[in-house]
Design a protein around this ligand. Structure first.
Ligand SMILES: [Zn+2]
Length: 507
């Protein structure tokens, strides 16, 4: 069994006049507004008081750990016991060395434990940084080099979100939860309303955390989904003839992604083209042009200050939206054809463009978006039990997927000869293959992955290939707020499933 954790943001409304609460956007957490547990401003003070206390207790335990560094060599469970013995009075342990009661009384056991774990996390991180720093210092001094780097410092202030372990919350339903909060003077139960995304049937709820965002309070609840991790890529492509892979070529032109499904034996089973590139590029260009004109008009931009905030946000939202949409469609396509491996090429470095501001900015953002599509596809795929891998991008646009000869790249209406980078069509003079250049690239990406693993089982040394098993153990935060800004527009996309070899797909 393998764990997978992701978080849902449950939003806290500020008051009964908060529009967002009424709109009932997905994933919201709203405080119950009707008496006797209605939202009142002083409840926000309870959340703040609870967080403050949590950090006070965590900071205290950090000091206890600093005074007893050996604790860090223990397992999490042993460390917890040791720290409690050092700080918590019981009948068997009436006089602990550093009593917690001196800084805070009546701290519930589960609240204390959550704070201890937070302190242990920070301490592990701090001491490992310190150890690395010392090692580097020693090395430098041994070589007689001057050493000026400052040592890491322990946290000066604590601003962690309070995690509420079992015992600090109860009666969790689809629409409400009871939280045990520190009011500043005592512990009190408060019912808060949650209107969240439905919890998937196969997921387990983790401990919620109180999160402050500006003046708002949110509740993050990690969901744990258990599933057996899929077999490794090597195992899948070398031991099962029925394994299918989905190879993806990401582009800067109209076809943002071109995906092909291939069987391990090399058969091509389906192709899809995910468009929208021209539209987003036109949109960005327009906004970047407006930014450039605004800058020209206002003259010098104040340093360290973001200009044209609204325009930048517009661009960002649209990029983000498309990246989520495209990545979701890639994974859907893979799933539909029962592909269990997703393969991309390494994206390499951004090649700076020449030309106007809007053109340079546009290509830069398009490049970033490719990275984001890859990242999102990877976690979405992992959720479906699909492993993601990346292959070397060398010559994926220059070779023929059928005979590996060098190809001719050209555009409609151009003579089919020479090599014009970025053109949509491809012709192989050796075998007569003719078609869409990005589809050819996608086929090559898939073949490269298969060749890598199949070669290595035939006794040849494998070529280096970065294979990621995207084992996610930490949260993927789904933020509803960003989505609600713009209504989703359906982007044009073409399906060309089961396309024959040799058809041109570009308009
Ligand atoms: Zn060929």
């Amino acid at each position: 069994m393998d764990g997978f954790v992701f978080c849902i943001n449950l939003r806290g409304g500020q008051g009964s006049n908060d529009k967002r609460v009424h709109r009932g956007a997905e994933g919201n957490l709203a405080w119950l507004k009707s008496p006797p547990l209605g939202y009142q401003p002083h409840h926000a003070a309870w959340f703040a008081a609870t967080q403050r206390l949590f950090n006070q207790v965590a900071a205290f335990y950090f000091e206890v750990i600093a005074a007893h560094e050996v604790v860090l060599d223990l397992s999490a469970k042993e460390a917890l016991t040791a720290l409690e013995t050092l700080t918590h009075a019981t009948k068997e342990n009436p006089t602990p060395v550093m009593p917690l009661a001196e800084i805070a009384e009546n701290v519930p056991a589960m609240f204390r434990r959550a704070a201890i774990h937070a302190a242990l996390g920070s301490a592990h991180s701090f001491y490992s940084h310190l150890a690395k720093w010392r090692k580097r210092k020693e090395k430098a001094q041994a070589k007689g080099k001057k050493w000026t780097s400052r040592p890491p410092v322990p946290p000066r202030s604590w601003n962690k979100s309070a995690t509420l372990y079992a015992g600090q919350w109860k009666e969790r339903h689809d629409s409400s939860i009871m939280l045990k909060l520190w009011t500043g003077t005592c512990w009190s139960w408060l019912r808060v309303r949650i209107t969240g995304r439905e919890v998937p049937a196969d997921a387990e709820l983790g401990s919620p955390s109180l999160i402050r965002r500006g003046n708002e309070w949110w509740l993050h609840t990690p969901l744990e989904k258990h599933f057996s991790s899929p077999p490794t890529i090597k195992k899948q492509v070398t031991t099962s003839a029925s394994t299918k892979i989905c190879a993806v070529d990401l582009n800067l032109n109209e076809q943002v992604a071109v995906c092909t499904i291939q069987a391990v034996a090399g058969t091509i089973l389906a192709t899809t083209f995910i468009g929208g590139g021209r539209e987003i590029s036109g949109f960005r260009k327009k906004q970047l042009g407006r930014i450039a004109r605004n800058r020209h008009r206002t003259g010098i931009i104040a340093e360290g200050e973001q200009d044209n905030v609204d325009l930048w946000r517009k661009i960002r939202n649209r990029d983000e939206y498309l990246a989520h949409l495209v990545s979701a469609r890639i994974v859907q396509f893979a799933k539909k054809h029962q592909a269990t491996i997703l393969v991309f090429e390494h994206l390499g470095n951004l090649k700076p463009q020449k030309g106007k501001y809007s053109r340079r900015g546009n290509s830069k953002r398009a490049f970033w978006m490719k990275g984001r599509i890859l990242t999102y596809a990877k976690y979405k795929a992992w959720n479906e039990g699909i492993i993601t891998s990346r292959v070397n991008p060398r010559k994926t646009s220059r070779e023929c997927a059928y005979c590996q000869s060098l190809v001719v790249r050209y555009a409609q209406g151009m003579p089919a000869e020479g090599y014009t980078p970025g053109t949509p069509l491809v012709l192989c003079q050796a075998c007569g293959m003719r078609g869409n250049a990005d589809r050819n690239a996608s086929l090559l990406i898939g073949q490269r992955l298969l060749a890598h693993y199949q070669q290595s089982t035939q006794g040849k040394p494998p070529t280096p290939l970065a294979t990621e098993r995207s084992v996610k153990t930490e949260g993927v935060v789904i933020c509803q707020e960003a989505k609600s800004e713009e209504g989703p527009s359906i982007l044009p996309a073409r399906h060309a499933d089961g396309n024959e070899h040799g058809t041109a797909h570009d308009v």
